[in-house]
Design a protein around this ligand. Structure first.
Ligand code: HEC
Length: 503
């Protein structure tokens, strides 16, 4: 019994001596005034060297397990590995110490990393001694276990210092759906907590949060945002131009500093407007706005269907569909452009595309109006059916033309003012699905107009000024529609008087 016991004492002695030597090494390094160049140079090798002892002690542990399992216990065969482990661990400790002295590692994890490394290195020397003295097997196994434990702790804190917590980025903790939408907005909305945090969480925190601190910037807490990043403050309350948290988002996509980087979910215009609102109104932690009547800058975000991030599968499907639609738009537009090009000028010039990429036409003949005949309109029917806005005011609109237009799935706005249409228009257009605005100014519609219940489902504005229509009755028949009778002009008598006086 005496021998193993004295061996153990000797091992403890080795541990103490090793710790003391490492402490002495650190003390000496601390006193060095000339660390700068050589220190930085050697410290730079720490990330390379540190992997050697890790690999070696893992090899020792595996070898031990293997031998215990096979029952082949050849004492002392791991001695060379222990020598390598002890030497490389000590070199790692020294280079690591130099690296820390080079600065830039002010981290709460540093202390744990340093103590872990000192204990790990000492244990490697103890392991070597135990191997040399052929200490009892259980003692050697415990040392091996301790070495693995120490290297895990050390490596964990080292990793935290350099890369942040790898588990913070774990897929099971970072389901993007968690951030996918805003919560419900109550009567009072805390702008920072309920709007800013979810936006940054969905679009920025993956790279500026616990898992990574790109640009040494975290955006996952108010304090961190205020603290700023590598190049100082990113938030200047009230100053959009200086706040890089805003300006980097507004940079063109192709710009190197554009945030978020390409191929990441981007900030949408309403989200940017929301962030800008917060910054320009003082970037307070506790700012509150009304949830019932939110400021215009926030209103678009606060609709219940707003999604910050979409389900990736749905997103992919939607993008594919959008691409297909865009392709179809190009084809439609080319076809329409060719059709338009074939028209005589007085017909063609009434048409324009809604915008540079759209395949949606507007028709408003303006100065060519007086040249257009009933036959002209008949021949334009296919193009009118492809139009979203059709202005045929003052033109000879036949009932058959009206019926064709009523079939259009595109038509949003129809201007029939100063045409000869009468009450039949309500029956004919009542089922036009997309019709939102209808102008019947100066037409023959009158008090006898009949509205089929449920018709004009999407209509929002109906102009019946300068007609004999009963605005009040229309209002009742079409409760969801803004029925506009007089245009806020002076009453008819006054207008007449003015007309007379100007005559
Ligand atoms: C895919 C990762 C990624 C995402 C997502 C991301 N960033 Fe960044 N961000 C970076 C990187 C990398 C840098 C460092 C760029 C450099 O140093 O040149 C950086 C730097 C910055 C900086 C400059 C910090 C400084 O002080 O130098 C700001 C500000 C910034 N990001 C804001 C944002 C905002 C706001 C969002 C969300 C809308 C965002 N980032 C999303 C990767 C990301």
């Amino acid at each position: 019994m005496a021998k193993p016991f004295s061996n153990l004492l000797k091992l403890i002695g080795v541990a103490i001596v090793a710790m003391a030597l490492l402490g002495g090494l650190a003390y000496q390094l601390d006193r060095l005034e000339v660390v700068s160049l050589w220190g930085d140079f050697l410290g730079g090798f720490h990330p390379v060297v540190l992997h050697l002892p890790i690999g070696i002690v893992i090899a020792i542990a595996l070898q031990t397990v293997w031998r215990r399992w096979r029952g082949t216990s050849t004492e002392g065969e791991d001695r060379l590995l222990w020598v390598l482990a002890a030497v490389t661990a000590t070199v790692s400790f020294g280079t690591g110490y130099l690296l820390v002295m080079g600065g830039g590692y002010q981290s709460e994890h540093l202390t744990w990393h340093l103590w872990g490394a000192a204990i790990f290195s000492s244990l490697c020397w103890v392991g070597l001694a135990a191997s040399c003295w052929e200490t009892a097997r259980w003692a050697r196994d415990m040392i091996t276990g301790g070495v693995i434990g120490a290297v895990s702790v050390t490596g964990h804190y080292g990793g935290l210092m350099v890369h942040g917590d790898p588990f913070a980025g774990a897929p099971w903790l970072n389901d993007p759906q968690r951030f996918a939408k805003f919560g419900e907005f109550g009567p009072e909305v805390r702008v920072y907590d309920e709007i800013v945090v979810p936006i940054l969480g969905a679009k920025c925190v993956a790279c500026h949060g616990p898992a990574k601190q790109n640009g040494r910037l975290r955006l996952d807490s108010f304090e961190a945002i205020v603290a700023g990043g590598e190049h100082g403050a990113v938030l200047f309350p009230g100053d959009l131009e200086r706040s890089s948290i805003i300006t980097f988002i507004s940079l063109p996509d192709s710009h190197n500093d554009h945030m978020p980087p390409p191929n990441r979910p981007q900030i949408t215009p309403p989200e940017l407007a929301g962030l800008e609102y917060w910054v320009s109104s003082g970037a307070e932690l506790d700012q509150v706005v009304s949830g019932e009547e939110p400021p215009a800058e926030l209103a678009a975000l606060m609709v219940p269907i707003y999604r910050l991030l979409e389900d990736p599968d749905a997103l992919e499907a939607r993008e594919a569909q959008e691409a297909e639609e865009a392709e179809q738009r190009v084809i439609n537009r080319e076809r329409l452009a060719a059709d338009l090009a074939a028209l005589p000028e007085h017909q063609r010039l009434g048409f324009s595309f809604e915008d540079l990429e759209s395949d949606r036409l507007h028709f408003s003949p303006a100065t060519y109006r007086h040249l257009l005949t009933t036959e002209d309109l008949e021949s334009l029917l296919p193009l009118l059916q492809a139009s979203v806005k059709v202005d045929v005011s003052g033109l000879p609109v036949s009932e058959s033309l009206l019926r064709v237009l009523a079939e259009s799935s595109q038509l949003n706005e129809l201007d029939l003012s100063e045409t000869s249409v009468g009450n039949e228009v309500f029956a004919i257009l009542g089922k036009t699905p997309g019709l939102q605005r209808l102008n019947l100014f100066g037409t023959a519609v009158d008090v006898n107009a009949e509205i089929t219940p449920g018709s004009f489902a999407n209509l929002r504005q109906l102009f019946v000024a300068n007609t004999a229509a009963d605005v009040a009755a229309l209002d009742v028949a079409l409760p969801h529609v803004d029925v506009i009778g007089d245009l806020g002009l002076a009453p008819p008598e006054a207008v007449e008087e003015e007309d007379q006086s100007s005559d």
